[in-house]
Write a protein that binds this ligand. Structure first.
Ligand code: AMP
Length: 276
């Protein structure tokens, strides 16, 4: 069995794991920086996980450049890169999956059936291989962070999940490996996600608490961009991802969206009245 962190942990090191699919950018590296600041041994996994891609999705064309990733990660203080082959993680007779009820079926889960079984299974496996004290995830993928926290709680896993803020380009677009797919017109159009979320925050700051009105306002901002196709815009709680009719001061509200820009599907979110 592959094992990476067990000995480090036995020697008393605080081991941090940053799971990624590679094509590292400043979003990933912000998780690395946080890990380096908390842990004395940091492992970055680079694995384009076939289990979490749907049949019509971009598994084959997903950007891969391990040499560049390793250089970036080592320069930022990472100790170990774990980049297994797909067959090593999932041999042909692999057949054990982690399925998280209900919250995995909402939002991204509703649009991408099976996606979160793939995510939870690979993350559980990475936890067993690396034995991290801390694992770092980005709020960019808010539902994923919420799900991993739930998996850790439900399955009594010995790891602390740290959720880090969204890192953005200077015009506000959340950094993502998939931004590389955008043509130049699409790249300009993609800022509309951020503009819609900012509209929501402005209305919220002005006292609006009615989710339907906030969602409509975001959809009308998205509607101004001809290249944008809304998949969903939702306002939910941050524990169970149930739709909230109204936002209250004492319940953090996740405002999340998935929007197609041309052929590329982008997600973004903000949290009102608290954090994840
Ligand atoms: P990925 O390689 O897309 O699977 O992402 C690996 C980790 O990096 C996940 O926990 C993501 O949420 C996180 N991440 C990706 N983009 C960003 C970003 N712009 N800001 C913060 N975290 C991010």
């Amino acid at each position: 069995m592959i094992s990476i962190g067990r000995e480090l942990r036995a020697e008393g090191h605080r081991v941090g794991l940053v799971p990624t699919m590679g094509a590292l950018h400043e979003g990933h590296l912000s998780l690395v920086d946080r890990a380096v600041s908390i842990c004395d041994r940091v492992v970055v996994s680079v694995f384009v996980n076939p289990l979490q891609f749907g049949p019509a999705e971009d598994y084959e064309r997903y950007p891969r450049d391990l040499a560049r990733d390793a250089e970036l990660a080592f320069t930022r203080g990472v100790d170990i890169i774990f980049a297994p082959a797909a067959e090593e993680m999932f041999p042909p007779d692999f057949g054990t999956y982690v399925k998280i009820d209900r919250i995995a079926d909402q939002l991204e889960g509703a649009s991408r059936p099976g996606h979160f079984v793939g995510v939870a299974t690979v993350v559980a496996k990475l936890f067993n291989i690396v034995h991290p004290n801390f694992a770092f995830f980005g709020r960019k993928d808010a539902q994923q962070s919420i799900l991993i926290k739930r998996m850790v709680r439900d399955l009594s896993m010995d790891v602390e999940v740290v959720v880090c803020p969204v890192v953005r380009e200077s015009d506000g677009l959340a950094i993502s490996s998939r931004n590389q797919y955008l043509g130049s017109d699409e790249r300009l159009a993609a800022v509309v996600l951020r503009r819609a979320l900012e509209r929501c925050r402005t209305l919220y700051n002005a006292g609006e608490r009615d989710s339907a009105r906030l969602i409509n306002a975001m959809k009308s901002v998205l509607g101004t961009e001809p290249l944008a196709r809304v998949d969903y815009v939702a306002i939910t709680d941050t524990l169970n991802l149930r739709a909230l009719d109204f936002i209250s001061a004492d319940t953090p509200a996740l405002v999340s969206m998935a929007v197609g820009i041309g052929e590329t599907r982008l997600i973004d979110n903000i949290v009102l009245s608290g954090d994840l």
